[in-house]
Design a protein around this ligand. Structure first.
Ligand code: SF4
Length: 440
């Protein structure tokens, strides 16, 4: 049973899909650092690729992604040409020293492009990179998904897809500008399974305008019946000053903090009772899914796509706003699609901001990852005194405990995991290794 601690939950903390987070990216780091990091990649390093398609057929009001309307075909085709050019540019820089194990298409909506363009893009990747039977995953918008797309995905050996579902409640769908009848999701799932693609993720949301506990229960009922192999249950973050399209959402209809907490707790209870394994603080995996297997091995990782079984040390992102990660560097491409095309057109790498990770930042990142992914982190002796002091209040409330040199999250402390992890964040927490002063 989760305990509700409103004073703790009132403190905003990052989601830590990277550490340092994207808020810490600066313009002093960019294309030259990216080029040097590519040069350091050796031929034994497994690599994952991420291709960003920043277009959607219809724009949802709640969406915080870097995406725009796919209504201008010329713009789309210019973007895809730039994406192929960037892939070729990076592959050339690597000079064949990359073993690609995974390729992920995200966005936006990769199915906003034509199936033939998707195939061309994938062909481009497997032609220039050493990619032997890679795992291929694709994010899909079920609205307008066709049997032709299912056929193309299967023929391209796509192994996993993720569907934007969010909610099945019609009145909530209207309130967030994303109307998609249950029958459309059923048709999409059936079309994928008919073609042998059963590794299907549903993205769901709580904290939506007008959403009640009963609405969430109904969505969970349908989800459990359709039995996707993974589910991500995210809390909606209303930030209209940073995300102007969210201004169309009625802020007065949003659930309050107590109801949001109850919705998150209900989602966790219902999905785990239905046999899903909770992974991290917002993912759930069926027992036969590779993410559940990774959780059993203690091998869950966290990157920009959330909790994952991908353990590649290097992730290369392609496209406007795409992020690339190396052990000692995180860089992000130019966010604006037009400016991104301009850089690539000049034959330049498009990374325009980022952050370097020194040894201490890597250590902090590993502790944060372990706490979020595995619920426990072993600390080197020099961190323990400061961490014990910083964790006193969490310990008093029964949210964490110590197991020798390991900090352990209580099984019912998931809603507070990011808050505990933030204690190790150099910019937000107070924990410092012995021999150093207070955090900046
Ligand atoms: S389809 Fe997905 S990426 Fe596109 S606007 Fe809607 S939520 Fe955002």
């Amino acid at each position: 049973m989760w305990s509700y601690e409103p004073d703790l939950l009132a403190r905003p903390v990052p989601r830590y899909t990277s550490y340092p987070t994207a808020l810490e990216f600066g313009e002093a780091v960019g294309a030259e650092d990216y080029a040097r990091a590519l040069d350091r990649v050796d031929s034994a390093t497994p690599i994952s690729l991420y291709l960003h398609i920043p277009y959607c057929e219809q724009i949802c009001w709640y969406c915080g992604c870097n995406t725009g309307a796919a209504n201008r075909r010329q713009r789309l085709s210019d973007y895809l040409a730039a994406l192929r050019a960037e892939i070729a540019l990076v592959a050339k820089r690597l000079g064949g020293r990359a073993r690609v194990r995974r390729i992920a298409f995200g966005g936006g909506s990769p199915n906003a492009i034509a199936p033939v363009d998707f195939v061309r893009l994938l062909d481009c990747v497997v032609t220039v990179f050493d990619a032997h039977r890679p795992d291929i995953s694709v994010e899909l918008d079920p609205r307008g998904f066709t049997a032709e797309w299912a056929l193309v995905l299967a023929a391209a050996h796509v192994t996993r897809v993720s569907l934007g579902v969010q909610t099945f409640a019609p009145h909530v769908q209207r309130a967030i500008g994303r109307v998609q009848p249950l029958a459309e999701i059923e048709r999409t799932v059936a079309a994928l399974r008919l073609r042998g693609i059963d590794a299907i993720n549903f993205d769901l949301m709580y904290g939506l305008p007008g959403q009640t506990l009963a609405d969430l229960d109904e969505t969970l009922d349908e989800t459990i019946r359709l039995s996707p192999s993974r589910i991500a249950l995210f809390g909606y973050a209303h930030l209209p000053s940073a995300i102007p399209r969210q201004r169309r959402i009625d802020a007065a209809a949003l659930p309050d903090a107590a109801l949001r907490f109850a919705q998150s707790a209900r989602g966790h209870a219902r999905l785990t009772e239905a046999g899903y394994r909770a992974v991290g603080f917002d993912h759930f995996a069926r027992a036969d899914d590779t993410l559940a297997a990774a959780a059993s091995r203690g091998a869950v990782n966290r990157n920009f796509q959330g909790f994952t079984d991908d353990d590649a040390a290097v992730l290369l992102g392609f496209g406007a706003s795409a992020i690339s990660q190396f052990p000692d560097l995180v860089v992000q491409n130019e966010k604006r699609a037009g400016a991104y095309r301009g850089l690539i057109g000049e034959g330049r790498l498009a990374a325009t901001r980022g952050v370097v990770r020194d040894g201490e930042e890597r250590m902090r990142g590993a502790i944060i990852r372990d706490l979020l992914c595995a619920g426990r982190a072993r600390l080197e002796p020099r961190w323990i005194a400061s961490a014990r002091q910083a964790m006193t209040e969490f310990e008093r409330r029964g949210l964490v405990r110590w197991d020798a040199d390991a900090l352990v999250l209580d099984a019912d402390a998931l809603p507070y995991a990011r808050l505990v992890a933030a204690g190790f964040d150099r910019r937000r927490g107070s924990i410092v290794p012995a021999g150093e002063g207070a955090a900046a």
